[in-house]
Design a protein around this ligand. Structure first.
Ligand code: SF4
Ligand code: SF4
Length: 334
């Protein structure tokens, strides 16, 4: 698919049109920083922040999703299919997070119809990062500030114009009428990529971690690492790849619904069995689970490290725990 060029004016017109036709979501400025919101006009978009406070995973795996409703006789009724939606301004790390979730939940043997349906109804328009935050390390875990994995269309901001690189047919359809990018545009995008990548120094040897982690299961390193963790779960709820959920039946004003809600392996009750036994009662075993899951279990299960280097867990941890330091300490553990 050919890279194309879109002017700022044309992009605004495209977003204004999409807002009329489908549910259009984009980062907007609010009291908490930059959050995802449904917009009705292009000028509501705010791309100033490197990333949104919350990840974009909710567009395919919502924080609370109704799986079934029950009629007054107690018979289950399937909910309406999800609406067509376009997500504009998603960063490459978040798009990789969505690619992971889709792979994890729809790969052979574990087809999740809800995640599958939402991804099919969603168009993801990414905007490459033209700067980074000190907590970004996408490059260290196989991503890139200009990565297109998981996206339908990637835009690279070149000033007055943007390079538009279609990734899928959905993306191609959005920009098919635009002029092809010239050599000068491709060179400018490549230079920007080099500059932004140079801002990210950290590299994590994920292959080595995968080899090390099974042997460190009983290591005392987890006790030391979990000493300051308060088990608040912020790191998991804000992570673009964390994928655990609970299912509950809720009756509100006489109507019963079955919901799927995000859960966190950092909560004490998360792994408690019906018998009352809890195999992860101590904080160290829960902390170990999170790191093993990111760099070992999901590699075994879905062939992908489930950390995209967005840095949200570093920013949000009230105890100041930094996953980059955790990885270093794990690699040095005996
Ligand atoms: S583990 Fe932390 S840095 Fe990695 S993807 Fe999750 S929130 Fe981002
Ligand atoms: S955000 Fe920090 S304190 Fe809270 S559960 Fe995660 S590691 Fe522990």
């Amino acid at each position: 698919m050919k890279p194309r060029i879109i002017t700022r004016k044309q992009l605004s017109e495209l977003l204004d049109r999409l807002a009329q036709e489908v549910c259009l979501y984009a980062p907007v400025r609010d009291r908490t920083g930059t959050s995802w919101a449904k917009i009705s006009r292009a000028d509501e978009v705010c791309l100033e922040a490197v990333n949104t406070v919350e990840p974009a995973k909710g567009f395919v795996f919502p924080r609370c999703e109704v799986l079934l409703r029950f009629d007054p006789q107690g018979n289950p009724v399937e909910p309406e299919p999800p609406p067509e939606q376009v997500v504009f301004g998603i960063r490459p790390c978040d798009a990789r997070g969505i690619a992971f979730l889709v792979k994890f939940y729809t790969q052979e043997g574990r087809t999740d119809p809800y995640v599958k349906a939402r991804r099919q109804k969603t168009t993801l328009i990414g905007v490459a990062c033209s700067r980074t935050a000190p907590t970004c390390f996408c490059l260290g875990v196989g991503g890139s500030p200009q990565g297109s994995e998981g996206l339908d269309l990637l835009l690279v901001d070149l000033g007055d114009e943007l390079l538009a690189e279609p990734v899928t047919d959905k993306g191609e359809k959005l920009v098919a009428d635009l002029p092809a990018a010239g050599e000068k545009h491709l060179t400018a995008a490549a230079e920007q990529k080099k500059k932004v990548e140079a801002e990210i120094s950290l590299r994590i040897d994920t292959g080595r971690l995968r080899e090390l982690l099974p042997g460190l299961y009983e290591s005392g390193v987890w006790q030391a690492l979990a000493l300051t963790c308060v088990n608040c779960g912020a790191c998991t709820f804000l992570c673009p790849t964390c994928h655990c959920f609970d299912v509950t039946d809720e009756t509100i004003r006489g109507r019963t619904v079955r919901c799927r809600v995000w859960d966190s392996c950092q909560f004490t009750l998360y792994s408690r069995h019906a018998s009352g036994h809890n195999p992860r009662l101590d904080p160290a075993s829960r902390y170990r689970n999170r790191i093993m899951d990111k760099f070992y279990y999901t590699v075994e299960q879905a062939g992908m490290v489930s950390c995209v280097g967005c840095g949200r867990c570093i920013i949000s941890c009230p105890a100041g725990i930094d996953i980059r330091q955790t990885v270093r300490k794990v690699q040095d553990a005996k």
